[in-house]
Design a protein around this ligand. Structure first.
Ligand code: PMP
Length: 394
């Protein structure tokens, strides 16, 4: 069976994705990605970016990255087992301060962080108990590890407790959860999860990709939000969302980060560095997080206003409690029609359908940023109202 047959099979599947409204075509942005973007010469308001605090195109961040490019050059040239650049070590220390933990290890992406951490720390004698709605990188990290996996329905603490009870013979039991769920924008009931884990001698692992820079009075994430300092053993995060760059990080105890440094295959068998200009841009973004607390305030004002207005219009926004606001429409074809009509109104948002979300749970995911102006949000709401009425959703 040759290449022709393989291509034919894949093309048939691609055609089916198209017909079922679950084919993703990536938009081509010209210029910067920010609260406003340009696609094929036409301006849009961008509701599809995780650039929550507007750092990705902030002049100070750009300047810091540009200077580091001159000072340190473009790439790193070797893996982290061989050498670490000073600016990368500085970033790790700075992130450890932000997360109020002993040590941080940075990775190429948030995806790699979950893959490289879960697969390395846990083996066949251990049990990973994971929320069914966890991000794909957690699911893959759990699969990539040799640990036994038990999945509980989203936020179902009764089943979580049952799994904890049934796992008592394990060497280590670890409950793994997203802090903020990326498709619904809801916040994990972390105090309850931590209480249960402690009662059954388990540890807790949180992916705070959408909580860092967003939750907590200083943007330190879900642990600050719920005041759970010292009770979450392992946190991972991404540097590509609120912090505006690219990369991921593991924040924990120094023994944990040291072990992952030595043994994590996605880390050790890859060049594994954040480019120095990225590290410098991220350091500038962390300065701004501290120096300009009004950004975080603005993010939440924008979020509360936008979600409230959507609800008043009659839209279903599910359990969203963060700047990720899903507009639940049901069928994939409705979601696709919705985003197409929004585009003709100059609004850019992303539709998600099966298999990214459950069958019949298609949605338009809207993401709010501190960088959106009142006028941006008002225009987006007007467009949602027109399209929603057009499609008889409201
Ligand atoms: N975890 C969660 C919860 C995410 O939403 C994402 C990004 N989609 C990741 C991890 C992966 O992060 P990155 O984009 O940096 O690979």
């Amino acid at each position: 069976m040759g290449f022709g047959q393989l291509k034919q099979r894949l093309q048939q599947e691609l055609d089916a994705f198209q017909q079922e409204g679950r084919f993703y075509s990536s938009a081509l942005f010209s210029g910067m990605q920010g609260p406003r973007i340009v696609i094929q010469g036409r301006p849009y308001i961008n509701l599809a970016s995780n650039n929550y605090l507007g750092f990705a195109q902030d002049p100070r961040v750009i300047q810091a990255a540009a200077m580091a490019l001159k000072q340190y050059g473009f790439g790193s040239g070797n893996g982290r087992l061989v050498a670490t650049m000073e600016i990368q070590a500085t970033l790790e220390r700075r992130l450890a301060t932000l997360k109020q933990c002993e040590a941080v290890l940075t990775f190429q992406t948030g995806y790699d962080t979950n893959l490289g951490t879960l697969s390395t720390l846990f083996g066949a004698e251990d049990v990973l108990i994971s929320d069914a709605a966890n991000h794909a990188s957690i699911i893959d990290g759990c699969r990539f590890s040799a640990a036994q996996r038990r999945v509980y329905p989203h936020n179902d603490l009764t089943t979580l407790e049952k799994h904890l009870r049934d796992s008592q013979n394990a060497r280590t039991i670890c409950v793994v959860t997203d802090g903020v769920f990326s498709m619904d924008g809801d916040i994990a009931p972390l105090p309850e999860i931590v209480n249960l884990a402690e009662a059954y001698g388990a540890i807790v692992y949180v992916d705070d990709a959408h909580g860092d820079g967003v939750l907590g009075s200083q943007g330190r994430g879900i642990v600050e939000h719920f005041q759970l300092h010292g009770r979450v053993a392992i946190e991972v995060g991404t540097l590509s969302k609120a912090f505006g760059g690219v990369g991921g990080f593991l924040a924990s105890d120094a023994t944990i980060t040291s072990y992952v440094f030595q043994r994590s295959r996605p880390f050790t068998f890859s060049t594994g560095h954040l480019p120095p200009m990225v590290a410098a841009g991220l350091l500038a973004a962390l300065d701004l997080l501290e120096e300009e607390p009004q950004r975080l305030k603005r993010l939440w004002e924008n979020t509360v206003y936008f979600r409230q207005r959507l609800k008043e219009l009659g839209f279903q926004t599910g359990a969203s409690a963060t700047p990720i606001i899903p507009l639940l429409v049901g069928e994939a074809v409705t979601a696709t029609a919705f985003v197409e009509q929004l585009r003709s109104e100059g609004i850019f948002a992303q539709a998600f359908s099966y298999p990214v979300v459950a069958q019949g749970a298609a949605r338009i995911r809207m993401i709010i940023s501190a960088a959106h102006s009142q006028e941006d949000l008002a225009r987006a709401l007007q467009a949602c109202e027109r399209v929603g009425k057009n499609l008889r959703l409201i």
